[in-house]
Design a protein around this ligand. Structure first.
Ligand code: HDD
Length: 718
């Protein structure tokens, strides 16, 4: 019996620790019957056993069907009504369960128990999503990612319906339908799907200068994340914490991934969408399934009216951030997402997040976007879930007592017993509680009824510029590349020019690079600015992904291309080292069965090479024998594997025999760089994996990408 490697793919070290963490989320699962039980009898919805589920009731074997066949009619009736309307935005998403643990009390600022009882754990559900694609679209669209969080607290459900970008396109909710219509497929042709590279989107954007800051973020690598696990989350708006005396403190919520931030390249995203349209959901499922659930720190930026008054921008304007250098993010707790859903529809599809779901001690501000959202989310649930009782669906039901006199309605699961259904009454409770009940912040308001944007909302460029200058050169280049790509898909030249006119208010070098990339004959004049752009805001390192690289390959995935006769000692050492990080690996072989290594060990394949392109991995190793390399050097797929890994700036480990494949893939020996590491044997593995911790060898892109020359010549980007 030969030795076998490649059966498990790594990342098991956390499994035991998190196995039992499902907590109360487990309750959900008992409501549904468990299918797959041997011996269970098939019944209809009334519980009547079914004798024949293969043939309809007919008059004679070849005769007409009978209406009397109630099993058939019920089955088809139910099937015909299986779908509910997909979300009008954020239709494609993926939800998981988790637990929040408070580490530091905010008792000084709020009475919310979830934020004051240190050590308490609170069950939660998180749904990640893209925004504009429909439910069946691909995961790697260039798009904002939703990061919606529901905490099932002891004092009721609290939702933070956030994104992976801390600002928004618009300042007032009244523009939301226009923004979404412009981004979604055009109403006549119903394309393009899940992308913003088209005239309608850029037409709206260039006529809406308040979107410029958000555009810098969506054109950056933040909009093509490598995984949900490597994304930050933001509550976006300024909310308010309220203490027992009714005193308010402004707060912004942040979620920071322990595994650090990471994104893919645009060319890689395009290819991932073809190779695995479910890349992000599979990644999250696999990580939790393998026992390596992702963890985020929950942080807050707290500030008072004095800060708000002296801050350069209006804290009610959702197109602005407060740089972390100005108000540091205070970490107060952590959440781990370790629970897979039992049923996608019951949980992920039916979960209803609402910004207005807050608990005592948490409140709103007058941010006009937030105020509009507080109407919209409740309204949309009626359409999607069909009635006012969507809070009775287990995933939406609070995990604390619920008592009120609301009654009836579609699909009611909870009509209380007894005579009383009004209050005040002289029969008995429930009664209001002035002490524990929710109290709104008593803001002093006074003003004329107007439809007017405040002057303090008028600076649309300064923070866009601050974001851009906070990026490393490679990230700046990617922003330029993305703008050129997207605008090159606009057929109307005036739209392209209008965007470049805005860019001139953000960064002249970026405007020049984009104009050059688009082949504009002249630079258009800068767009008129309602407020003169500030050039004094300093760079903020917190805004860059690359500057905050985790320096570790933990949580990432190594692709090991293995041929027959490859050195077993090397492959085994790689597998063990990856598992200990913990990270995961996949063995890719020319044939489905796997490969027989030089000592007879069988390396079991997770992927045949055709199904395992290098875009699915964070780094790759070419563990080839001379015969294997000679065979693969003739294979287009193998050459693509190598040339893509090279073009996508991945670290590449290779045996000496694999040099032939590299050369045939177009990477001549003189092109070999420091991101390519010769692996003579197991002794070279630790250094290789340490280098993989840099995640990408960015220097290579500047050397091999044609557009890099445009940047270096025109922009002298720093
Ligand atoms: Fe929204 C869904 C995030 C502005 C109206 N939104 C939705 C989801 C997320 C966000 C993450 C998906 C929730 C889930 O997974 O079920 N939305 C945001 C953020 C915004 C924002 C961070 C700005 C800061 N949204 C916004 C505005 C409006 C809406 C201004 C309307 C006035 N959003 C909706 C909605 C959705 C929604 C139509 C669709 C499905 C749903 O609510 O449940 O009501």
């Amino acid at each position: 019996m030969p030795k076998v490697i490649g059966k498990d793919t790594g990342a098991t070290s956390h499994a035991a620790e998190f196995e039992t963490r499902l907590g109360e989320a487990g309750e959900l699962h008992q409501i549904a019957p468990e299918n797959g039980d041997e011996g269970a009898v098939l019944t209809n919805q009334q519980g009547v056993p079914v004798a024949d589920d293969q043939n309809t009731l007919r008059v004679g074997a070849r005769g007409p069907a009978l209406l009397e066949d109630f099993h058939f009619r019920e089955k088809i009736f139910h099937f015909d009504h299986e779908r509910i309307p997909e979300r009008v935005v954020h239709a494609r998403g993926y939800g998981v369960h988790g637990t929040f643990t408070l580490k530091e009390s905010l008792a000084e600022f709020t009475r919310a128990k979830i934020l004051t009882e240190v050590g308490e754990t609170t069950p939660m559900f998180v749904r990640f999503s893209t925004v504009i694609g429909n439910k069946g679209s691909f995961d790697l669209a260039r798009d904002v990612r939703g990061f919606a969080v529901k905490f099932y607290t002891k004092e009721g459900n609290w939702d933070i319906v956030g994104n992976n970008i801390p600002v928004f396109f618009i300042q007032d909710a009244i523009k939301f339908p226009d923004m979404v219509h412009a981004a979604k497929p055009a109403p006549d042709r119903e394309f393009p799907q899940a992308q913003t590279a088209h005239d309608n989107f850029w037409d709206f954007i260039t006529l809406t200068p308040e979107s410029m800051h958000m555009i810098m973020w969506t054109m950056s690598d933040r909009a093509i994340p490598r995984s949900y696990r490597f994304m930050e989350g933001f509550g976006v708006h300024t909310f308010r914490l309220i203490d027992a005396n009714g005193k308010g403190t402004y707060v912004k919520f942040h979620f920071k991934p322990r595994l650090g931030l990471q994104s893919v390249l645009w060319n890689e995203a395009l290819k991932i969408n073809g190779a695995d349209p479910d890349f992000h959901r599979r990644d999250l499922w696999d990580a939790i399934d393998l026992g390596a659930p992702p963890i985020w720190d929950l942080g807050v930026q707290l500030f008072d009216d004095d800060f708000a008054d002296q801050f350069e921008f209006d804290v009610l304007d959702a197109t602005k951030i407060i740089p972390e250098e100005q108000i540091p993010v205070r970490i107060i707790g952590e959440f781990v997402l370790d629970g897979l859903v039992d049923n996608f529809f019951a949980e992920t599809e039916q979960v209803a997040f609402c910004t207005q779901n807050v608990v005592p001690g948490v409140g709103f501000t007058n941010d006009p976007l937030l105020q509009g959202r507080n109407f919209s989310y409740l309204d949309t649930q009626l359409k999607r879930l069909g009635g006012p009782n969507f809070t009775h669906i287990p995933i939406n039901a609070p995990r604390c007592p619920v008592h009120n006199f609301q009654q009836d309605g579609h699909m009611n699961m909870r009509n209380p017993k007894g005579r009383v259904n009004y209050e005040p009454n002289s029969w008995g409770g429930p009664r209001e509680s002035p002490t524990t009940g929710y109290r709104h912040f008593e803001a002093a308001e006074n003003g004329r009824k107007v439809q007017e944007r405040p002057g303090t909302f008028s600076d649309h460029y300064s923070q866009a510029r601050q974001f851009f200058i906070s990026q490393t050169a490679i990230e700046q280049k990617h922003i330029g590349d993305a703008l050129v790509f997207e605008l090159s898909k606009c057929e109307r030249i005036d739209i392209r020019e209008r965007m470049v006119a805005h860019l001139r208010n953000i960064d002249e070098r970026l405007a020049l690079v984009v104009a050059t990339g688009l082949g504009l004959p002249t630079l258009p004049a800068p767009a008129p600015a309602a407020s003169p752009p500030l050039t004094t805001l300093p760079p903020s390192d917190a805004l860059s992904i690359v500057k905050r690289a985790p320096g570790s390959f933990a949580g990432r995935k190594l692709g090991i291309l293995v041929s027959d006769g490859a050195p077993a000692a090397l492959v085994e050492a790689l597998v063990e080292a990856v598992k200990s990080l913990p990270a995961v690996y996949e063995i890719i072989t020319p044939k489905t069965a796997g490969a027989v290594l030089d000592d007879g060990t069988v390396a079991q394949a997770k992927q045949k090479i055709d199904g395992g392109p290098s875009v699915l991995y964070d780094a790759v190793v070419l563990a080839l024998s001379p015969e294997g390399a000679a065979m693969l050097a003739k294979d287009k797929t193998a050459k693509d594997f190598v040339s893509d890994a090279f073009a996508h700036c991945k670290f590449i480990g290779y045996t000496s025999a694999a040099e032939l494949l590299l050369t045939k893939a177009g990477i001549a020996p003189e092109d070999f760089d420091e991101g390519m590491i010769a692996l003579e044997g197991p002794q070279d593995v630790p250094a290789f994996l340490a280098q993989c911790g840099q995640l990408r060898f960015w220097t290579r892109e500047m050397a091999i990408d044609l557009d890099a020359a445009v940047f270096l010549e025109n922009a002298g980007l720093d």
